[in-house]
Design a protein around this ligand. Sequence first.
Ligand SMILES: Nc1ncnc2c1ncn2[C@@H]1O[C@H](COP(=O)(O)OP(=O)(O)OP(=O)(O)O)[C@@H](O)[C@H]1O
Length: 223
Amino acid sequence: MQIYINNLTFAYGIKTVLKNLSLTLNQGDYLVIKGKNGSGKSTFIKCLLGINEVKPNAIFYDQKDITEFKSWTDFGYVSQSFDEFNYEFPITVSELLSVSSAKGVSHQMRLKLLDQMRIFDIQNQNINSLSGGQLQRVFIVRAMLNNPKVLILDEPTASIDKQNKEFFYHTVDQLNKEGITIILITHSDEISHLNYTHILDMYGDLTNDFSVRKNSMEGSVQQ
Ligand SMILES: Nc1ncnc2c1ncn2[C@@H]1O[C@H](COP(=O)(O)OP(=O)(O)OP(=O)(O)O)[C@@H](O)[C@H]1O
């Protein structure tokens, strides 16, 4: 698996948000995207997922231009807010996961993921009775059901406490060690304990105020 971003420029109307962004991610890489409100983090993810329409020759997934892409099943996405979700809907964790599963996802697979995320015990609980941290883990399980090669997490720890944060980052490390490419958006400056391989730092109000670095001693800059 490879994501190749080649001088990506993206504008909403006349407002350019991303300019000449280049980056290559290979299988098992772990990219942290950091930056303040409005710096373009979500815009970048939306380009990657085909939600924002980009020009041809800007983003390639496994050598294929994403403008020609039809299937996004290799990508799992957990959004920053669960606002789109109707919490009042009377549905249990288990029911939610079975309706979200693609064909071919076995019950055993769901149980394994629930266990891995330490939410096995709450599978028969109504989703509206869960804490923010539990709900977040349910959504990660949901994203993992299709066995994605790339897992995108948009500000995943915004509404959870310190203990759950540590568990969460540990789980992300585990998934990454299993070979899943991670793209994690964060506001937080507390990234020194994350085992990322690359960082995309969007630090300014001005377009093109960003840097891409590898998390290694040689500090190679790819921009
Ligand atoms: N659909 C849209 N139409 C027009 N402008 C938009 C749209 N979505 C985002 N923007 C603008 O693009 C810029 C980047 O927004 P984006 O949501 O990518 O930032 P962000 O870094 O993800 O912010 P946050 O940390 O608040 O989530 C902002 O100035 C925002 O107002």
